[in-house]
Design a protein around this ligand. Sequence first.
Ligand SMILES: NC(=O)c1ccc[n+]([C@@H]2O[C@H](COP(=O)([O-])OP(=O)(O)OC[C@H]3O[C@@H](n4cnc5c(N)ncnc54)[C@H](OP(=O)(O)O)[C@@H]3O)[C@@H](O)[C@H]2O)c1
Length: 393
Amino acid sequence: MPTLTHVCTCPLIHPSMYKRPMLKVFQITSRSNIAFTTNVLKSLNLRFDNLKIKIEHKTTSNYIPKMANAVTFQNGQKMPLVGLGTYLSSNEQELETALNTALEAGYRHIDTAFMYANEHVIGRVLKQWFDSGKLKREDLFIVTKLPPVGMTPEKVSLFLKKSLESLQLTYLDLYLVHVPFGLQFVDEETRFPMKDGKAMFDNATDLVAVWKALENEVDAGRVKSLGISNFNTEQVKRIVNIARHKPMNHQYETHAYFQQKELREANKKLGITVCAYAPFGSPGRKTFYDSKGVSFESNGLLDDPIVKKIAEKYGKTSAQILLRFLTQQGVVCIPKSVTPARIKQNIDIFDIELTPDEIKELEALEKGAAGRTFDFNVFTGVQSHPEYPFKSA
Ligand SMILES: NC(=O)c1ccc[n+]([C@@H]2O[C@H](COP(=O)([O-])OP(=O)(O)OC[C@H]3O[C@@H](n4cnc5c(N)ncnc54)[C@H](OP(=O)(O)O)[C@@H]3O)[C@@H](O)[C@H]2O)c1
């Protein structure tokens, strides 16, 4: 009687099968890969209707999936394909619940930034998980970002150490340059320095000098990998050309309406993996943008009829299809949610495989530059900064 003790998830194992007689088989340890399961069944030469399924649900307290569904950096480090985004997750109670839900659901990757002013909440929750013994530091992939006010070589170490302190960690898995333009440093707590209603830019931002300072942080063991965010191709190349520690990951806006295929291709050629922010077009920004006097309307991506049609076929939501579209192409996604049901849903995507035709249908939703929803105009006057990355947009 064959016994499988490996992963198996289970749209495949439909409840009607539980009642059928015969062989004992599965131990269900995590949601995972339907193709894998099918292959195993085929290799055992078993027919589904000859199986009796023994189900053992294991919870995160005794089973911690490690970096399943990940991309591998050039340096060998693995980055989970789905992480929890935390931009605008500013309500502490809500974020704590979101983090606990995510970790229980199997998320092992969290994306934050000094700019989000929530690293201390994440640190508090992570400490509880470490103290309880449910997770170890090496089970997780934690990403945060150097703020624009830290974009000078002499401020890099200060802001990295502040992030580590808030997160209660001794090292980061990935530290990103949040944006290529700098703002003037006022004091350690000011994130949006303003004067007379205008953002205070530092027009002397020197990306190469900042990168060299970041490399010292890798040497010091405070960061495993460095990355960039919101760079254009010329800026990426400028860094790659001088780097001792090359960027391993580039985080930028990408979703079905704004796929940035050329940028993705350029990154690929340089051996840089891609992480998609705003995989749903970031529909929840209205309140924040209103507060900055910038108008914002959701792009409606989650309601797109093509996305909905594909979702219906698989019994999934539009959000899940949009995430699968990207992850199936090797793009890491960091969907943000503070809603427990959505958090669980957003990582429950690896049991379907979109067909090549469906990928093509989704690719055809591309809107070019009109699909961009983040242009950083919340920093009034940003387009005049010498390092503003989206000049042709
Ligand atoms: N590097 C950068 O410059 C940069 C810029 C932007 C974002 N990011 C990172 O990328 C992450 C994701 O981007 P984002 O937060 O801007 O946008 P997003 O993930 O595209 O959208 C988040 C919004 O979608 C809603 N949502 C989440 N899951 C859903 C689902 N299954 N069904 C329906 N609605 C759903 C959320 O609502 P609820 O929370 O109310 O559930 C929230 O309003 C950020 O949180 C941040 O970590 C980085």
